[in-house]
Write a protein that binds this ligand. Sequence first.
Ligand SMILES: Cc1ncc(COP(=O)(O)O)c(C=O)c1O
Length: 452
Amino acid sequence: MNSHNANFLKENNARHMFHPMAHAADSLANPPKIITGGKGVCITDIDGNETIDAVGGLWNVNLGYSCAPVKEAIATQLDALPYYSTFRGTSNDAIIQLSYELADFFADDGLVRAFFTSGGSDSIETALRLARQYHKIRGEHGRVKYLSLKKGYHGTHMGGASINGNANFRTAYEPLLPGCYHIPAPYTYRNPFNETDPAQLAQLCAAALEDEIMFQGPSTIAAFIMEPVLGAGGVIPPHESFMPMVRKICDKYGILLITDEVITAFGRTGAWSGSRLWGIKPDMMCTAKAITNGYFPFGAVMMSQGVADVFEGDKTAAGMIGHGYTYSGHPVGASAAIACLAETKKLDVASNAAARGTQLFEGAKKLMEKYELIGDVRGGHGLMVAIELVSDRKTKAPIDKQTPIRLQDAIYENGVMVRVSGPNLIMSPPLIITEDEISQVISALDAGFASL
Ligand SMILES: Cc1ncc(COP(=O)(O)O)c(C=O)c1O
């Protein structure tokens, strides 16, 4: 990067674009960090500072920034066939191969068909729409509502925003989709039941789900959707009993269970999927992000045999899928995903995520003994850990807006990038991260807190 170029970039930073999940005025007043390079688990900014990316891109760069097989697959596919549509009547070789391999990868989740998308929000929208259609094909036209968890994050399309459990992604965009209802999250640190025992809380939340189903009427509900471990909402792992209870309730009332595994699929939780982590089989699973290691915008909604049977067995026009994207089944994304899947399995990143996740979680909990600012530390299931900041540990009074950002900057100065989401510092590093690198992350956190 020559200095002329750097000056140009700094001068024009945020001037001609709106940044997602940011206030436009704030982006102008506090220009974002300009990242210009990535190698291994590290990123480099425009001033040459190299830091460990403990965010892993955005929960997606699971194999790090130097994954040659994925890069080569993209380049090779661009030469052979840079694009072709999969709308009715055509397909491409790469997507056929990927669909075969995904059915194999997700066989233990009972998922046998894929619908391809360009990312997480698309995958959510797809699952929500196909869930309604599934019921219509079966003649249950009244099943149109969706249930989800407060604190859940499901992307920002209109359907996804409507099932999101955080006002930040909702209020400015209202009115949202009618027919979306929310259940308390199994979040032991703060919940309306004042319940701190995870197993008890799981029971209460499951009871709230059943209560809402009875209130709405089971025959009006299409699907319940949840993240197996809530991510952006602050890394909230439910008690191990929760998802099995949810599965039972959904079965009892004929409601489809959609797992939003945009973050949790492909090893992040230490299992190959969040559904497998909890020992349940969903009817649909939304994936994206790590499916291509973040190198190409791509996603897939996986579906069970039961769902496939309904669509494929339909003898009328009701099963015609009036949904899809220009980039559904993009051959470059497909080739990236094939290479990524092979590398993901070869490196057994789920095992490393489990071991390094425990190390990071234990390290973060130790910091809690030192710093009063830390109200709660959550994790324990692979490489997703959150530190919730409070201004008063006793009363759990929320932290001001500036402290997490100051802390993030201080940690960055100590060589590690972490993410701020509300009062939480969130860490979701690449799954190939080493023991030594996790130690560096913990030291940088320590130094950051100490500097406040
Ligand atoms: C659980 C979950 N679902 C959906 C999404 C939306 O994905 P995307 O930003 O690729 O549209 C995200 C993004 O972080 C996510 O974490």
